[in-house]
Design a protein around this ligand. Sequence first.
Ligand code: ADP
Ligand code: ADP
Ligand code: MG
Length: 662
Amino acid sequence: MFHKILIANRGEIACRVIKTAQENGIRTVAVYSDADSNARHVRLADEAHHIGGAEARESYLLADVILEVALKSGAEAIHPGYGFLSENAEFSEACEKAGIAFIGPSADSIRSMGLKDKAKEIMSKANVPVVPGYQGQDQAPDNLQAEADKIGYPVLIKAVAGGGGKGMRLVENSADFKSLLESCQREAAASFGNDHVLIEKYLTKPRHIEVQVFGDNFGNAVYLHERDCSLQRRHQKVVEEAPAPGMSDAMRKAMGDAAVTAAKAIGYSGAGTIEFIVDVQNGLENAPFYFMEMNTRLQVEHPVTELITGQDLVDWQLRIAAGEPLPLAQEDIPLRGHAFEVRLYAEDPENNFMPQTGKITHFSCPEQNENFRLDTGVEEGDEVSIYYDPMIAKLIVWGRDRDAALRHMNKALGETAVAGLKCNLEFLGKIMGHAAFQAADLDTGFIERFKQDLMPEDNKADHVILCLAAMAELEPQITEGDPWDYSDGWRMNMSLNTVLTFIDREDSRDIEVTYRENSFLLTIEGEELDVRILSHTGSCLDIVVNGQKISAKVVKDGQNFTIFHNSTVSYLHHYLAGAEGEEETGGSGVIITPMPGKVSQVMVKEGEHVEQGTPLMILEAMKMEHTIKAQVTGRVEGLSLSAGDQVTDGEVLIRIIEDEEE
Ligand code: ADP
Ligand code: ADP
Ligand code: MG
C-alpha cells in the first residue's frame, strides 16, 4: 500500500479522499489555488502546496505543475477526484511515465469512454444495449437531419464530448432540427473544444439508473449494485438513492451483468459507473434499459453505494491502484437497507437555480451517526466562490428500508441550516416531502412536472415566521435586562408600541408590537397573535404563539434574518426607515452585478429607451448565462461595458434614468 498520496482536487471530494487515506495511515498532500489557501481540504491534509490562480485552468487543471508537486513531495500516487483531471487520458499517461500511480483507470480506458459516440460503438459491439440513434462520423447537417428523421422525433442531440448535463438539445420536430443542431455545436465547441454530436431517440419517461463497477489489474470486474439518479434539474443530479426503488433481483442482475460486460470490454481497472437510461413508460419491471455513457472515475453520489454495501470505495480504489485484487467477489457484495443522498447547492431554485456566492455565515447539521453522514468541503465561515462548483455539502442517510431512510433524511434536512447565501435546502425538503417521491413515482421529468409544488410562486413567509423574526429582533433587548422592568434601557430605546417592518422578497410586511404583561401582542395583516419567548440558545429559538410552541433556528446577520422552521427557509430583511441605501428601496434604475463575471452580450445602446423587463445584457458567470433585465422603464445612460468585459462584484452594470411619472 502507498505511504503518501497527492489529491489533485478540492472541495468535498478532496476531503473525502483524505479521510480514507488518513484512516489507512497514508500521508496526504493537498494542492490549492489562490482562492483555496485556507480551504477545508488544505486544513485537513498533512501537507499542502500552492499551485496557481483561482481559475481551474490556472491551477487544478495544470497537469505538469501537479505532477511536479507529487514528485517533489514524494507522493507515490495521485487521486484525481471527479471533474478536473479525473477523466484526462494524458494526465493518467503522464503519471504512469513519471512512475506515479494514477488512482483511476488506464489512459486507454479513459479514451475509449471519453467520447460518447465511440463509447456507444464499443458497447454495441460487446452486446450491451445502447440508446437507438446515430453515432457516425458524417457530421454534415443534412446527413444528421436525415438520421434524426429516420429515428423519429423527439430526438436528443448530444455533444460527443459533453458532460455535466451540458451540450444537449431536445428536438421535438424536424423543422427545429437545424437551428438546435447549430446551437448545440456552438456550445460544444466553446465548452468542450469538439463540436461533434450524436443523435439519439429521446425517451419521454425515463429513469436514470447507473451501476457502480470495479475492475482490477487481473481481469476481474464486479458490480456494487445500482443507484437511481432520476431526480435532476438541467440534466444534473440533485437527489440519488440506492438501491433503485422497485428494482427486481432479476433486473438488478441483468443490469449488473451488462455493466460488468461493459467494464470487461475495455479491460477496466478501478472505480467506474455505467449510466443506463431505462424506459419506464410501462413501469420498471422488465423495462428496456440502454447504455448512455461510462464515467471513468469515482462519482459524486458514490456514498449511497457505500452505505448499502458497507464498503469504502476510496479504499477499494487505493487497493486496486496499489496492485491488489478486488476486495470482494460478486456473490459476497452485500446489499443492505436503503440510502439517499441530496446535494446541498448554493443556488436559488426559484431563480432558475442561479448559483449563489458568498460567505457561509452559519452552517449547522445534525451529528453524524450510523444513519446520517455529511460529506462537505466547507465549514461555517468559508466562502463559496465563483470559480468552482457551488455544491456546499452532501447529506447522506441510511435506513433499514426506503421509508426509514426517508424519515432520516427529513430529520436531517430539518436540522440543517445554512445562512449567508441562498441554498436549495427548502427545495430538497419539498422533494422529500412530496407524495409522488415518497411513492417512488420517479422519472427524469419529476422536478419539472412538480415545480409548482417544489417551488411555489406565492411563497410568502407565514405569520409564525414573522413572529419568529420579531422575537429574534426584540430578544437581545429583552435579555439585556429584565424586559418587563419598566426602568431599564430596553424601554428607553424601544417604545413599547412599535412597528417592525420586514422585507420579504418584494413585499414589505409590517408587524405591530404591543407589550403585554408577560408577552407581546403582535398584529400582522389584521391577525392578532399572543407571542412570548420560551428559550433562546445560539441560533435555536423557541417561542409560544397563541399557546402553541414553535421551535426554529433563526440566524441573524445585521438586519438579515434566515429562519428555518418546519422544513421552510425564509429570508427576511429588517427594514429601518432612513438607514437604508438607495438599492434597498427597490425599483432603482441602477443595476449592480449579482456576481463577478464576463459580459457576453449587450443588447441595448446608449440613450435607448427601454421598458421594464427588457433584456439589457447577458452576463456569463459560474458557467451559466444570466440575462440582466431592466427593472424600470426609462433611458439607458452612461453605458460603458461591451461584450467581453470582465465585471467584479458590486460593479455598476448599467444605469436606467427612470421616466418622469406623468
Ligand atoms: P455525476 O454523474 O457524478 O454528477 P457529472 O458529470 O454531473 O457527474 O459531474 C461530476 C463533476 O465533474 C461535477 O463537478 C462537474 O462539474 C464536473 N464535470 C463533469 N463533466 C465535466 C466537463 N466536461 N467539464 C468540466 N467539468 C465537468
Ligand atoms: P452527461 O455526460 O452530461 O452526464 P448523459 O448522456 O449522461 O450526459 O445524460 C445526462 C442526462 O440527460 C441523463 O441522466 C438523462 O436525464 C438525460 N438523457 C440523456 N439521454 C437521454 C435520452 N436518450 N432520452 C431522455 N433523456 C436522456
Ligand atoms: Mg451522465
